[in-house]
Design a protein. Sequence first.
Length: 269
Amino acid sequence: MALTFPDIDPIIVKLGPFELFGNTFEPALRWYGFMYLVGFMAALWLLNRKADRSNGLWSREQVSDLLFYGFLGVVLGGRIGYVLFYHFDLFLANPMYLFKVSEGGMSFHGGLIGVITAMAYIAWRQKRTFFAVADMVAPVVPIGLGAGRIGNFINGELWGRVSDVPWAMVFPTGGPDPRHPSQLYQFALEGVALYLLLWWFSKRTTKVGAVSGMFLLGYGVFRILVETVREPDAHLGLYLGFITMGQILSLPMIIFGLYLILRKQEARG
């Protein structure tokens, strides 16, 4: 026995078709994109509240700039990271594969690199330290992560390995066998649990970089745990017979996160 996958149409509403320069386009509002929009708006609301309570250290305009460049970092870094980390062979065969976004493919670790780049730019532009920006952003990131995992679940993608647990599901693209709904595990851990952990920890530390370190540590641990039941990418499989690419990319996050938490550092003012 297995749970029935809720067959939700990934398209909320179609906005076409229409003709433009002799070509037919069928744009649509999809649940996956909508969930990211929900995460973005929630992050904007929370960061604006933090700015209002920062005694002038942050303004709403500065928050808007931060989120704008952070969003660009997520999209560009996520796509580039996916291509380089997971489909570099296709990129070598055809560099234009990088721009085939209609075929899907985003990498969290690539998006993280993109966001780090955006935060470094904002720190330089607003004359702040890097970790002043990173510690501001870290507690709201799990909202977007959790929303994205719900989008993955609705799309019926990134499912888990075959399992006989009572809550296993048969996914439309996963064959006839019931599988772990690993997208929901990631929602619960990377979204809800990490959000609660970071907000709790941020109230109990004044060490510069510690909140950023807890984000790296928490995400790295949760991702490695979920990867034990998530189906590896078919073209990559398991490295050395037991470790996935997601786990490999998460190990440096754990190491650097621990360093940021444990290092000797003066408290922020």
